[in-house]
Design a protein around this ligand. Sequence first.
Ligand SMILES: [Zn+2]
Length: 301
Amino acid sequence: MNRWTTFAAALALCTVCSAAFATVNIFACLPEWAALATELGGSKVSVYQASNALQDPHRIEARPSLVARMRSADLAICTGAELEIGWLPVLLQTAGNQKVQPGHPGFIAAAEFVDRLEIPTRLDRADGDVHPAGNPHIQLDPHNIAKVGLVISQRLGQIDAGNAAYYESRSKDFQGRWGQAISRWEKDAAPLKGLRLVPYHKNTVYLSHWLGMTEVMYIEPKPGIPPSAGQLSELVARLQAEPADAVIRTAYQDPKAAGWLSEKTRIPVVDLPYTVGGTAAAKDLFGLFDDSIARLKAVKK
Ligand SMILES: [Zn+2]
């Protein structure tokens, strides 16, 4: 073979291999969306998870490695509703990838597809980091996961039309298993109704709303603002007058304030995974809900 035929043969081989193994590159801002995209995309997608469960989703650094991943993405899946406002806009702008800009099929802001809680009636910086589009921590209501899942499946079929039937069948399979899991969780968590919680930040409101638990107060005086020593003492006094069942700390939060409050009030701390990877048992989306419910039920005993 001369040089030219070798080159042509290599080129032909390469074209075949890229057609057979073409994958949709997915950039997932947060672990829950990476897990969901993996469930739905199977072997036809390559999922990059931009942050982990031990990182505060409001505060991720838009470092060059994330820019490079965003540049080569076919689909970006983030929460939206301003959760990632501190890092996603700069990432999208620096990457300059038209496919994944908001408004294009390659960009999904999950919060747009669910009923959001706590949409404020007034906006004032004095109220702290209030999210004007409502509470963005939507992943802890499994009904929201199902809704966002349908959008992801539909977009995958649109972006990678040749595999649309594959995505549809995976979607049906996942939604079936997920619906059964929701029924099981709702039955299993029935004793949690009325449980009185003191979370650090308003990042479990969808879980509480779903299961009928009450968030009686928050350790943060205002969203995104840590409590002062005086404010912590005030919380102790309020909890002595009106006790709660559990102080909630999620995986990415500093355990100090919750631990201190628990010590003073003798109210147990429950460490919740918050997202996939937040605890050893929260290995996937099913584990996230199994483990969250099991940990909350442990305080009821
Ligand atoms: Zn928040």
